[in-house]
Design a protein around this ligand. Sequence first.
Ligand SMILES: Cc1cc2nc3c(=O)[nH]c(=O)nc-3n(C[C@H](O)[C@H](O)[C@H](O)COP(=O)(O)OP(=O)(O)OC[C@H]3O[C@@H](n4cnc5c(N)ncnc54)[C@H](O)[C@@H]3O)c2cc1C
Length: 458
Amino acid sequence: MNIEKLRVAIKGAVIPAGDPAWESSADELLWNGRKAPVRPALIVRAAGVGDVIAAVRFAALEGIRISPRGGGHNLSGIARQEGMVLDLGALNHVRIDASARIAEVGPAVTNGELAEALEAQGLAFPVGHCATVPMSGYLLGGGVGWNSGNWGFGIANVESIDVVLADGVVRRASAAENPDIFWAARGAGPEFFGVVVGYRLRLQPLPRAISTVVRVYPLAEVGQVTTWMKAAMEVVPSHVEFTAAIQSAPGSGGAVKVIAAVATVFADDPAEASRLHVEIAALAPTDALVVEDEMPTPFAVLYDIIGQFFPVGHRYAVDSAWSADGSDAYITGLADGIATAPSATSFALAVVFPPNRPRPPEAAFSIHAPVWGCIYTVWEDAGDDAANLAWLRRTADAVEAQVQGHYVGEADLERPERRRACHTPEVLLRLQAMQKTFDPQGIFSRPLPKASFGLDAA
Ligand SMILES: Cc1cc2nc3c(=O)[nH]c(=O)nc-3n(C[C@H](O)[C@H](O)[C@H](O)COP(=O)(O)OP(=O)(O)OC[C@H]3O[C@@H](n4cnc5c(N)ncnc54)[C@H](O)[C@@H]3O)c2cc1C
């Protein structure tokens, strides 16, 4: 591999294995404190789109695989592959045209940065639930964001993308231009066959009165709480986001488990927000352990709250699922799992969507259902990897009968079968055919993992 040739061609950094900066740079690629064992031969930090083009052409010439890295937030560590990892962290421009309600953003712009920039102009976007996740992989996977029950998933609000394909040429893809590439980029996740270097996003007016009420119940009441949440979502408008958080009671060290029903209203005026919270409360089981009264939760506050659940540097694994959950068995199954979690900081979330939730556009994002659940396994000690991963798999398997499919952004991609279960068979076939057309050398292909790395160590 002629690294010097690449160094001359790009403005950003080129860090081959063996370089003194390689070890720490390879670890920094992944947000998770638990690092996937796959080691890149080469890390390229793109300074701009020109570098992306040069890196892709170099990879094609040398016949090495290239893995774009947005923010390394996929907890399976899939962004770190053998061959070249192309770090897009510097592609972080935000340009907002408030009158046209359009934002042009680089892939590295995070949810928190975008929400803040838009808020200053009275605008919003269905940004994801965690501030530090970038648009890059978030939108490529689908983008299940705040107020998605009303605004739709992130991809429903994408006007166009700019993408560098394996031939090293930038193309725009939208409903009108290269529609097949546009179709794929909205949901393919790791099955995508190019590098997204820019998104053009349609914006929403900023809800001026976002507020949240939390009611906490003993875990044993999961059935009543779930029934209430669903009944509430039948009657309130779709700009209510209602989430069950199944977790350890604060300060209990894991000895006490609870289910918290978290209702966030994305309203325009405070009176409407309060009225909706009253409507929701009217149906609630009456024996809550704790009621946190209505609090204003603009995006910055929502991100502060969520951030407490995801301490930086901890070890993580996650699995996600879409469930129709007609029988409540899915959320009850998550609760059964949390009751036996080896780590007190592990938790599960289940968002109950409104019955009239907007349907996603015709795109590679092909599986969704009324309930979106995630099992977050969070621990600190590498010696506990095997126990925590085994628990995650047991819990996910126990609810599998209630699952329609998995969400690629938060699926347990260390399980080879999960990658396939994130798309319908028809979509997977179409993506595979497109990979052959647009990336005949397979430079963007990501081999399925042989087995989960945490369990290998056990
Ligand atoms: C704490 C936390 C909270 C989360 N909350 C949500 C949530 O609320 N909603 C939600 O939908 N998701 C959520 N996610 C999941 C997250 O959106 C995905 O994991 C997403 O892939 C992260 O983006 P990334 O750019 O960091 O991806 P990376 O880890 O960098 O990459 C993931 C995959 O996408 C590919 N990829 C990334 N960027 C590009 C690009 N520009 N072009 C081509 N391929 C690319 C990579 O090669 C890799 O295969 C959350 C994740 C975490 C860690």
